[in-house]
Design a protein around this ligand. Structure first.
Ligand SMILES: Cc1cc2nc3c(=O)[nH]c(=O)nc-3n(C[C@H](O)[C@H](O)[C@H](O)COP(=O)(O)OP(=O)(O)OC[C@H]3O[C@@H](n4cnc5c(N)ncnc54)[C@H](O)[C@@H]3O)c2cc1C
Ligand code: FES
Length: 268
């Protein structure tokens, strides 16, 4: 595990939606620095502030030695990131955490909003290993659907759903999933999105005996297992070390899943 910062120039910025941008960096793919789908980086923005936040790796390009992170503008830190330009510098350390396992042959990947970020690198990897992959891309409205075109280019089946019905199925990712399961079979599910959505998906997948891997978010400070900020329940699991990916069997033991989380001060 690497705990040193690299100070890297932003190589490219892709505008994905009105609120989401992908930042590309050159990244030397040395042994312990090659990210796996599901892992995250700590991003330090020293351009006028000194905060750092975890961001999933959405793009892992081994050939061109590039990585990408995909950021939704929701608050002060992410708004500052969105104001940066190509050539500006950021501090990056990682990769951290565990990663999605490539189990199963018929896989459904279900993501909501910016939760598509870690799914993008997973789906790319799964396709390169000749797995059958269906992707549910869900968002509140059409203009916020993330990576729909990237997935289509990869040759996977894409099923969109929007809460307001402006693109694809009208309804939540949960409803879309129930509908798909009437006609399609899967032996593994990969899930990332708002926790309330993931809890709904978890219940559906359990009812259908489909094992899942869920990417959890908790407030992080050190990201290397020392501060205890990201512990869940009294399991002793730290989301930055034992997570962020948890299996269905582990999710069953996390009673706070879909119910509450703690802020930076440790308050529920
Ligand atoms: C493993 C992991 C992977 C993530 N991947 C992505 C990603 O790919 N793209 C993306 O846009 N966001 C991702 N996030 C969320 C991101 O780290 C920040 O939480 C979010 O961007 C906060 O933005 P803000 O500070 O501008 O907003 P704020 O308004 O300050 O915060 C909004 C909310 O974000 C949460 N948050 C704030 N700081 C942290 C922190 N240090 N650690 C965890 N949660 C925090 C809090 O719940 C807070 O209420 C990930 C989080 C985790 C834990
Ligand atoms: S963020 Fe410090 S232990 Fe996980």
């Amino acid at each position: 595990m690497k705990n040193e910062y690299k100070i890297l120039e932003i190589k490219d910025i892709i505008i994905n939606t009105q609120t989401i941008k992908t930042f590309i960096f050159d990244w030397k793919m040395e042994k312990d620095e090659i990210p796996n789908p599901g892992q995250f980086m700590m991003i330090w923005n020293f351009n006028g502030e000194s905060d750092e936040k975890p961001m999933s790796v959405s793009k892992i390009d081994l050939d061109n030695e590039e990585i990408g992170i995909t950021v939704k503008n929701i608050g002060e830190f992410t708004n500052n990131l969105h104001s940066l330009k190509i050539g500006d510098e950021l501090g990056i350390r990682g990769p951290y955490g565990n990663h999605f396992k490539l189990n199963g042959d018929n896989i459904i990947a279900i993501g909501g909003g910016v939760g598509m970020a870690p799914l993008r690198s997973f789906v790319e990897h799964a396709k390169s290993e000749n797995k059958n992959v269906d992707v549910v891309v869900a968002s509140v409205t059409q203009c916020e659907l993330l990576f729909e075109e990237d997935f289509k280019k990869l040759g996977v089946n894409v099923f969109t759903s929007t809460d307001d019905g402006t693109c694809g199925y009208k309804g939540f990712a949960t409803h879309r999933t129930i509908d798909l399961l009437k006609s399609r079979n899967y032996d593994m599910a990969i899930v990332c999105g708002p926790e309330i959505m993931m809890k709904g998906i978890f219940n559906i997948l359990e009812d259908n005996n489909i094992p899942g891997q869920y990417s959890m978010e908790r407030y992080m400070k050190c990201a290397i297992g020392i501060c205890g900020q990201c512990c869940v329940d009294n399991t002793g699991w730290r989301v930055c070390i034992e997570g962020p990916i948890f299996s269905s069997e582990e999710i069953k033991q996390i009673t706070e899943f879909g119910n509450y989380h703690r802020n930076g001060a440790g308050i529920k």
